[in-house]
Structures are given as C-alpha cells and as structure tokens.
Design a binder for this molecule. Sequence first.
Ligand code: PEP
Ligand code: MG
Length: 757
Amino acid sequence: MLDILRRIVQEVNLANNLEQALKIIVKRVKNVMDVDVCSVFLTNELDNEYVLMATDGLNSEAVGKVRMSDKVGLVSLVGMRAEALNIADAEKNPRYHHFPEVSEESFHGFLGVPIIHHRKVLGVLVIQSSAVQKFSEDDETFLMTVAAQLAGAIVHAEASGGINGLQQSKGEKDYKAKPINGLPGAPGVAMGTAVVMYPSADIDAIPDRHISDVEKEIKVFDDAVEAVVNDITGLSERLKDVLPEEDRALFDVYLLMLKSQAISGVTRDRIREGNWAQGALRQTILEHEQVFHEMEDSYLRERADDVRDLGRRILMHLQEESPEKIEYPHNTVLVGEDISASMLAEIPNDRLSGVISVRGSRTSHVAILARAMSIPAVMGATDLPVGRIDGRTIIADGYSGRVFISPSSDIFDEFKRLVKEETELSDELMELRDLPAKTEDGIEISLLVNSGLLSDITPSLQSGAEGIGLYRTEFPFMERQKFPSEEEQRSIYRQVLESFHPRPVTLRTLDVGGDKALPYFPIEEDNPFLGWRGIRITLDHPEIFLVQVRAMVRASKGLNNLKILLPMISDISELNEALGLIHQVYGELLEEGEEVVMPEIGVMIEVPSAVYQAGNLARRVDFLSIGTNDLTQYLLAVDRNNPRVASLYDSLHPAVIRAILQVVESARAHNKPVSVCGEMAGDPIAALLLLAMGIDSLSMSVSSLPRVKWVIRNVTRERARQILSEVLLIEDTAGIRKYLNQTFEDAGMGGLVRAGN
Ligand code: PEP
Ligand code: MG
C-alpha cells in the first residue's frame, strides 16, 4: 500500500499543472481502489463553493461547471465538517443535490474525504460505486491517507496556477491562485521578477525557464549529448582490458538510451515548446525515472538510477557549456530551496528587491542579513513550487510571510499602494534618526541594534542606534573553514568596537549548536535545540572560550566600550564557571602587561530555568538580556524554525509576557539593568509592552528601529502601563494581538504595524 501511495504522490509532483495533477489523482485512485468513479472538488474560498476539478467516471464535460455552494450537496458537507462521509445510497440522503450535467444517476455508494493542508480544507476527494453499498473501513482509511498525502502536492500545483508558464492550462483559467504561506523573514514588501538560484549539477533543483531562440537551445542540448556520447565511448574503450565485453554492454545501453527518441527526442520536443535545455532535460529524466520505478521487474527498476546518472552527465555538460551569466532584472526577487548569505551577495545591490527561501526561518543567517540590508524576506515557504516560477512576477510579503505567484492585477495594485505608503512612512521615520527614544512624559529607553556581520555596521551606524545590544559572534565562525584565530577574532571585534565607540557594544560569546552549525565542527543530534548548544559547548571546550574572551578583551583596549554576553545559561554553575574563565583571561592579560579593563558581563535569559533564577543570576553579573526568540521557543515548546508550528510561535503569548515581567522584577530587586534582544524588541506592538514593564534597552535589527522609536516618542509611559494592565487580563495570544492591533489603529498608528493598515 505504502508503495502505491508513494508512487501516486511522486507522479502528482511531476505533473506540469494543476489540471494534470488532478487528472492523475482521479485516474490512479479509481484504479487502485477498483471503484467506478473518483473525483476531486476544490474549495473556492472567495465564492464559498466547491468546484468539480477532475473526474474519472462522471461526465468530464462537467469539470469546472459543477459548483456547489456550501449549503447543498454531500461534497460540501464533507468539506464543512472536515470529516469523511460514507453512505450506501447517496440519493437517499437529504443533503443530496442532483446536478444533471454530471450524469451520476447510476452511482449510489458515496465516500468523500476532506483534503486538508495546515488546517484548511482545500477540497474533497470522492469515490463512488454503482452498487448500493457502504465502502469498507479499509477504503475509508486508505482514501483519507491518500488525501492527506496529496494535500501538499495540490497546494504546489495550485500556487503556481498555469505552472511552468510555457502552456497555460485550460481548466485553471477561472481558478484563483492562492498565496503560499511562509514565515516573515524581514519586513517589507518586494514586488518583482522571480530569479531561482539552485545548486549546480542537481537535476531536481533545475527550474523551468522560458527561451525564445529554440534552434540555438537545441544545438546546445545536442552538443551536450554528443559530449556525453564521447565520454561514455571513451570510458568503454579505456576499460576494454579490464572489463569483459559482457560488463561493458552497459555502456552500449547508455549510448542507446542517450540517442533514443525517449530521452533526446522528447527533450528536444520540450525545448521546442519553449523551455530551456536544462529544464526540458529535468522533465524528461524525472518522467523516465518514474516509469522505471514503476516496473515490476527489480532489474528494470534499478535502471532508474542509470537514467538519473545520464541526466546528471548531460546536465554537467550543459552547465559547463553555458556557465550561467544571469542578467538580473530590476526588482529581482531571489528564490531558492535554501538561499544562503553568499547567494544573496551575488546579486547586485541595486537589482535585489526581495528574498524567498523554502527553508530557514526568521533567525537564519540569510534572514538576518536581509534585515540588515532592509530587504524584505519570506522564509520557510515550504509549499513553494521552486522549479516552476523562474521569471514570473512575484510578490513577497515580508510582514505576513505570504508569497503571491503571478498575482492578479487587483492584488498587484493593492500591494503597490502598500509599498508606496510604506516608502512615505519610512521617509518620515528617517527624520527621527537623531532624536532620542523618549516618551511624551520624558522616559528614555536605549534603542540598540543586533548585528553579526561587518557589512551591517554602516547601516547600523546610520540608523541612529545608541550602540550594539547583541553582536552574534557565530557568523565570523561560520564563514571560515576552521576556528578563527585569536588575532583574526580580535581584529573583527576591534572594528566593531571602534566603529561604535564610545557607544557600548555587547559581544556575545559563541552560540553555535541548535540550528547554527559550523562546517568544521559538525554536531549530529536528534534534538539539537535541547542539546549541545551555546555555553554548553564552550564550557566543554574552554580552549575555544578562552581564546574568544581574550580576543574580545584585547580588542577593547583603550576603547573600554565592551560588554560580554553569555548565551543559553540554564544553571548557576554554568555562569560561575564562565565567570571563572573570564576572570582567568583578565588576570592573564594583566600579567602580560596588557592595559585592559574588565568588561561588564551579562547573561542571556532565554531558557525557562533562567527566568526562575533571574535574581540569582542578576546578583552575579552586571546586566541581563532577555533572548525572546529562544525563550518563546522553550516556554511554548514550539520549534522556532518549524513552519508547521509557526502559527503557535508568538512572543505575545501570556506566558512569555509574564516571564519577562518576572525577569524585570528580579533584575530590579538587584539593581541591574535589563534589556530585550530577541525579535520581540523590534515589533512596535511588543515594544510598547516592554516599555511599560520598565525594560532599560531594546536591541533589534536595524530596519525595525525607526518604527519602534516612533511608537516610543508618541506615547506616555503611563498610557503604555494602562495597555499592559489590560493585556495582563487577556488569557490568549490571539486576544492580546487583537487588542494591541486595535489599540494601535485607534491611536492612528496602524501604519506602523504594517504599511497601509
Ligand atoms: C534569542 O534567542 O532571542 C536571541 C537573541 O538569540 P538568537 O536569536 O541568536 O538565538
Ligand atoms: Mg538565543
């Protein structure tokens, strides 16, 4: 069963468009389940109706025409209840509605199951039989499993509408393409042309791309095939003395396959349809691989690997022949499976308008870089059909994490309006640059920036920030092939400390593990966020910690604006040990005659245990800094990088708010300043609450700073306190967000929460 399911899903994933995908589903399910009819209805949310999108068994003319409101019919009942419906004789059911155009009079048995993706009913999968009979429980569970597996594939196909842009599918014309939901990565809205970046020689990653010079592209393809023919012939020749004739026969098979209509011919046909050679080759190879996979004979099944191998060889030549020189369009929106910081850097600054990555989250390196560069980013867009959107118009909404592919003109115009308002707002906010973050009743709060790359120093300085509240030192470690030396580190830290002098700079000691890996120090764990991370690693490797602290303290010589921050402290003993090592370094440097001063030391409060021990921690150090990114993750047991549970991840959860309050009280009791350096500090709505709580400083990405400053300058601490006391009465996160959004709207500050509101 599992095998059958896997094959259906694979086949659906290869489909060229939604129409084809749905046709495959109904045909395969009907055959496998041996029933008389299989149909798919999809939800059309805008009109509250279910539309027949594909059928095998009913009148195919009815596709696209049968539309059922959510008030009538069995299908809509399945969708509304989000529950399977299994009945022996459909006609006898009071909800039954007769659609003459489908000709279903002769079918009685009805089983419908909802197709659900991320809680949303996408549609209904139905099987029918001519016999008056209920389907078995096995049938029911199988159909439910099929529907659950197919939901993701349908979302892919749906999102890309006419899919590869080469041929628009008829059945989809009036089907409204839906946005893809990802995670907000960097604020702002990018509207432009999708440019897909992919790792080379990876056949699965090749996108489709439209070409106009077909003959030239065919020549490129033929040359690559010819080159592979030569390679293989040469290989076979060279192995003449080593391999018997029989074994070398494999090479002849390769040559035959290469020249066959099935591979070369079909690929050429696809190029003639307007796809470039690499995209056409990908389609052919994946299709063939699938055919071989389905063969009963195990020997033939294994030939699928040969097809892939051939594909890879041709691809390598194609990529060698035409080392891609991409002409980046204005307003390039960079798209990829796993966009890295270096990919981002490849695009000229004046062309890049946004980033969309299938993997990663707000806390990924590339998202942090995008924020530093003020480029909107959407991360974790897991349903994005990357291979099919190159060259298409695309909108990346970095506030909500939504992506629109080939948006309708209505959507496009609406976003254009938002972007315009946003630009106006940013210009206004820039005027606040040199003004203090002071409330109307005179309470001042320090606004600092989070940084981690030398490239964000200039924008940080220009933002009017009062210092660096969090410098993530892991980035210089990630970009190298081995641990950076003391001198390398000292020189980087010195540049940061010097640039901001005399303003304070908080350097955090190495915080790798979790989702941050070093290529030369791999950590394989089942549960990395609960594993060897942050201070746990550096205390186990004092040689790394000592070198880093030495580099930091030496870098601050003569400047004395350094603060050191310790990540992931979950127990007092860890802090004691770390303090011991820092004092050891300081003593050694003094002994060596270095004229250094002891920096202020702080602890990150980002683990629940640290919240309850905040007083004991505060007593031992100079300041506390609340890392709300991890604190939220650990308090709510929600992985901060997992798009599936992203809707549960919210720092405005009542438990997080109460935890922060408790930390502030503990710090106060020991007369120690406390800051917030997680993303929460950069959310204007949340910043208001943090101000009310008495937080001394907020550290955020540079792009968030102007908005937060505006809020602080337009409120009194008294008013903020009233709002906080209201919030403390609300029991759920959604309620808190709603209340705060409304409060912002009422105060005329909706535009700060997102442009155009
Ligand atoms: C945090 O956890 O809130 C934090 C600021 O650290 P990071 O995002 O680097 O884990
Ligand atoms: Mg953290």
